[in-house]
Design a binder for this molecule. Structure first.
Ligand code: NDP
Ligand code: HSE
Length: 448
């Protein structure tokens, strides 16, 4: 074993960075044995130098991250600051000064991954980022390496721990949205600005990274259709329950049937309780990968939090250090297919639409006619009277008739598979009907 240590600069020492430092210290001997050389923490860049950081030599702390990556003797830079700048400049500076980089920064990789990969290649360095997608779950390496000989057609799953935690709490314990978000933040799952989680930006970044690797193309966060969970109501969750479903924020990346394009989307969806994703609780993540030869693979585990994410960072650190000792680099970007990303209108799925309608004869027929005119086939309709004391609920399966009561009613329509463009046109036409007082919610139905 080489006795001269490999030097590591840690940029950021928050939820993830502090766990990386702890494991590097407590597992130093094992890491050295696995790598073939000791690894030494050479500096830790932070924003607030006076903050007490347990287990870290205060002499290593600096606020000058740029000087740290420019030192010239650093072998590996671990970037766990987050955000676009200064992370981007620090990473490219690290490559220029001879270091390889391990990053957990999905926001940056989904925004500017191609340029970062190009910089790594130009300087003959590694860029590894297992922790950027789904916390502890090995997913980037299986897609980049284990499945490199197969053809991946679909990646579908839960890739944001915070939103899964919130939806799970709302569903199972009746917790309020804000209360559940506060708990997820306190547990270290949420991003520095939790808007990134609840508005779906974090999951969209991960979907972009996964789609790029899976389909050997370039997908940026702006290419991903994104809807968060802020519009999901307790009524949606209750409605899902009535259908034998639950609500999850899903990331879905698909290769078109003709193989000529891809789609990537993030949105809340109803999935049947019998689907494996329905039992993914708290901040856990789970991702299905469908590949031509391999069939369906499922990856499951803790998707957020300091210690699980540090596990993925440390795995990358070992890989990058081994490469360094072998004077080699690992796989770089593989984006040779250059497949275009199709708009959301092309996506085909099922929908659950909740309408507030006048409860009088002929309304159901009017609504059904709009669906038919737009080419969207109805699977089921559920009508619930809103008259005081009526409590009437009628489920009408394809072509059945419903009992009507005076006043206003709630109509829940579940469709067969239709394109998003056709569904949007249907909703637009429904809004124009005098008898439709409002479209209370639209949610996609997945997982069948
Ligand atoms: P935190 O906000 O907990 O930590 C950020 C760290 O970066 C802090 O130590 C902060 O310093 C430091 N920092 C911020 N700005 C600067 C700067 N300009 N120069 C030097 N240091 C700076 O974030 P997390 O640890 O939660 O996340 C870090 C990264 O890991 C992000 O990219 C995130 O998306 C990703 N990630 C996070 C996961 C999680 O579960 N938390 C899971 C997977 C990925 P100070 O301590 O002084 O404030
Ligand atoms: N905020 C992210 C989440 C962290 O909740 O999934 C893990 O990437």
């Amino acid at each position: 074993m080489r006795t001269r240590p490999l030097k590591v600069a840690l940029l950021g020492c928050g939820v993830v960075g502090s766990e990386v430092a702890r494991i590097m210290t407590t597992h130093a001997d094992d890491l050295a044995a696995r790598i073939g050389a000791p690894v030494e923490l050479a500096g830790v860049a932070v924003r607030r130098p006076s903050k007490v950081r347990e287990g870290i030599d205060p002499a290593l702390i600096t606020t000058d991250a740029t000087a740290l990556v420019k030192r010239g003797d650093i072998d590996v830079v671990i970037e766990v600051i987050g955000g676009i700048e200064p992370a981007r400049t620090l990473i490219t500076t690290a490559f220029e000064h001879g270091a390889s980089v391990v990053s957990a920064n999905k926001a940056l990789l989904a925004e500017d991954g191609a340029a970062l990969h190009a910089a790594a290649e130009q300087h003959g360095r590694d860029l590894y980022y297992e922790a950027a997608v789904a916390g502890a779950i090995p997913l980037v390496r299986p897609l980049r390496e284990s499945l490199a000989g197969d053809k991946v057609n679909r990646v579908l799953g839960i890739v944001n721990g915070t939103t899964n935690f919130i939806l799970d709490k709302m569903d199972t314990s009746g917790a309020g949205y804000s209360e559940a978000l506060d708990e997820a933040t306190a547990l270290g799952y949420a991003e520095a600005d939790p808007t990134a989680d609840v508005e779906g930006f974090d999951a969209a970044a991960k979907a972009a990274i996964l789609a790029g690797i899976a389909f050997h193309t370039r997908v940026r966060i702006g290419d991903v259709h994104r809807e968060g969970i802020t519009e999901v109501t307790a009524a949606d969750i209750a409605s899902a329950r009535r259908m034998g479903c639950t609500v999850k924020l899903l990331a879905i990346c698909e290769r078109a049937a003709d193989g000529q394009s891809v789609t990537a989307r993030v949105h809340p969806a109803m999935i049947p309780l019998s689907h494996p994703l329905a039992s993914v609780r708290e901040a856990y993540n789970a991702v299905f990968v469908e590949a031509e030869a391999a069939g369906q693979l499922m990856f499951y585990g803790p998707g957020a939090g300091g210690s699980p994410t540090a596990s993925a960072v440390l795995g990358d650190l070992v890989a990058v250090c081994r490469n360094k000792l072998n004077e080699a680099t690992g796989p770089g970007e593989s984006a040779y297919t250059r497949l275009p990303v199709s708009p959301m209108g092309d996506v085909v799925t099922r929908y659950h639409i909740s309408l507030d309608v006048a409860d009088k004869p002929g309304v159901l027929a009017q609504v059904a006619t709009v669906f038919a005119e737009k080419g969207v086939s109805i699977d089921t309709v559920r009508q619930q009277g809103r008259n005081p004391g009526s409590g009437d609920e009628v489920v009408i399966e394809q072509g059945g008739g419903g009992r009507r009561v005076g006043g206003e009613a709630s109509l829940v329509v579940v469709t067969h598979r239709a394109s998003d463009a056709a569904l949007s046109a249907t909703v637009e036409a429904l809004r124009k009907l005098d008898t439709v007082r409002g479209v209370a919610s639209i949610m996609r139905v997945e997982g069948e």
